[in-house]
Design a protein around this ligand. Structure first.
Ligand SMILES: Cc1cc2nc3c(=O)[nH]c(=O)nc-3n(C[C@H](O)[C@H](O)[C@H](O)COP(=O)(O)OP(=O)(O)OC[C@H]3O[C@@H](n4cnc5c(N)ncnc54)[C@H](O)[C@@H]3O)c2cc1C
Length: 453
């Protein structure tokens, strides 16, 4: 069987790898529009610094990335202990997030009223509903203070999203399930605790886990996949169109050539897939075009350690929307992982833009640098001139799962099933993370190979 995959991000590459693991005889080709593979995984080594333009790492509480790394014979790198020290910018100051539920309750991270409101979640009646925004859900169940100080910055950290528009069901499915299955969050955690005790099994409701990467950065995963796939990955040759010819598909690529395939997978971002599929099925394209990908810019600064008079041994900080700042957050990369900055130097990497301030994600590099420097000075007391500056802009960064996303998926599934052996893969649908992207691609590999038997 001939399989063509459009897009050599982690979804497309892991799908190709997974297909060949299951059936080495398959004829698999991955076409990638950019000159280099990896998509939102892009590691650049500049002047002794290791800069991640996109993906910073993955959590070890899901097995997919670790299993893939093992199959590729590459060793994952655990984040340092300092990565437990996480801060939120509140009223312009950095405040550490208490690490355990007990220390959280004992701390003044939330006001007394905020803590009482949070604990009264136990008595909030269950609501049966299809979907609502993260903001509606949080205000209803745990109160506005908890939303503004914790959930809102978390939504920025994962999705660069807007809590007023993000779908609770699609973005935080486990949290949605806690209410639907157990009647509430506290009740759900209690039930899970009991279950754990009984079975000895660890079941997590929140993100949890330890942050992982590779000593050469996330790009090591892409390099290992590309080495394994060899000439099957064709970079600099985007898929431009698709036509059905009898029982096979004919795929047009940027260099003007046509390629026959029995199975075609679009692992390209939703808006790119929409353009390719528009002639074949406008209904599918219309739905795909609905997913927004707001812009995001990244600015990494390196400093000689002794120039900074502050503690840099921490994970970083996030900035809630109510602070009305220009920064989404900053990661202290050289404290999180080893090998990120030359000996004696530290690297801080800041994010700007996202769903709430898309215009900031499109700032020119000079303006980005001066804006981030001013914010770092104000919030984190990082004043000196950086010894190293590196920036990167994603004009379309992370797909936003808006309220009703699950209905869109159901409509897409129904429409795509009419095109035999055409599939959609990638982070626009059922999970934005690297872990989810790989797990979904492996599931699809099973489906394609089983369908071929
Ligand atoms: C700034 C940033 C930080 C992130 N940080 C993390 C993180 O720390 N941890 C985490 O788990 N997730 C993170 N993510 C989410 C991340 O995007 C996903 O986890 C994952 O990398 C998505 O992979 P993908 O292959 O689905 O999509 P992409 O990486 O977007 O890959 C799609 C590929 O398709 C290609 N393409 C597009 N059109 C065509 C065409 N017509 N023909 C051929 N190829 C085409 C693109 O060039 C691209 O290479 C981050 C995202 C961003 C933007």
């Amino acid at each position: 069987m001939r399989v063509i995959i459009a897009g050599a991000g982690i979804s497309g590459l892991s799908l190709a790898f997974g297909l060949l693991q299951r059936d080495p005889k398959l004829d698999v080709t991955v076409f990638e529009g950019e000159k280099q593979a990896g998509g939102k995984i892009r590691t650049e080594k500049v002047d002794g610094y290791l800069c991640e333009a996109g993906v910073n790492g993955f959590l070890d509480n899901k097995p997919s990335t670790l299993e893939l790394a093992k199959s590729l014979n590459i060793e994952a790198l655990k984040s340092n202990d300092s990565s437990r020290k996480r801060y939120i910018c509140l009223d312009g100051e950095l405040k550490r997030i208490p690490e355990t539920p007990v220390s959280f309750l004992m701390s003044n991270f939330l006001s007394v009223g905020g803590r009482l409101r949070m604990m009264s979640e136990f008595f909030v009646p269950k609501k049966v509903y299809e979907d609502e925004s993260l903001e509606e859900f949080a205000v209803r169940r745990v109160g506005r203070e908890f939303l503004e100080k914790l959930l809102d910055p978390m939504a920025s950290g994962i999705y660069a999203g807007d809590p007023a528009k993000m779908s609770i069901r699609s973005c935080f499915g486990k949290v949605y399930d806690l209410e639907q299955k157990h009647g509430g969050l506290i009740k759900g955690f209690m039930a899970i605790g009991k279950e754990n005790k009984k079975s000895g099994k660890k079941v997590e409701a929140g993100p949890g886990g330890t942050l992982m990467s590779f000593s050469g950065g996330m790009g090591s995963l892409v390099d290992a996949l590309c080495n394994s796939l060899g000439s099957r990955v064709k970079t600099g040759n985007a898929v431009k169109g698709i036509e059905k010819k009898g029982s096979v598909y004919s795929v047009l690529t940027e260099d003007g050539s046509w390629h026959e395939a029995d199975c075609v997978v679009f692992a390209s971002p939703a808006y790119n897939t929409a353009e390719i599929m528009a002639d074949m099925d406008k209904g599918i394209a219309d739905i795909l075009f609905e997913t927004p990908y707001p812009p995001l810019s990244v600015a990494a600064f390196g400093y000689k350690k002794e120039k900074l008079k502050i503690d840099t041994d921490l994970f970083g900080f996030l900035v809630p929307g109510k602070e009305k700042r220009k920064l989404l957050g900053t990661l202290y990369d050289s404290s999180i992982f080893t090998n990120r900055a030359p000996e004696g130097y530290v690297m801080l990497r800041s994010m700007v833009g996202g769903a709430r301030q898309p215009e900031l994600g499109m700032m020119e590099p000079d303006k980005l640098v001066s804006t981030v420097r001013a914010e770092l000075k104000d919030i984190a007391k990082v004043d000196p001139e950086p010894d190293f500056i590196w920036t990167y802009r994603w004009e379309k960064a992370i797909p936003q799962y808006l309220v009703g996303h699950h209905e869109k998926l159901a409509a897409l599934d129904e429409k795509i099933s009419k095109h035999k052996n055409i599939y959609l893969a990638g982070n626009a649908y059922r999970g934005v993370s690297v872990n989810d992207s790989i797990a979904n691609s492996m599931e699809l590999a099973d489906k394609i190979v089983q369908g071929n038997r």
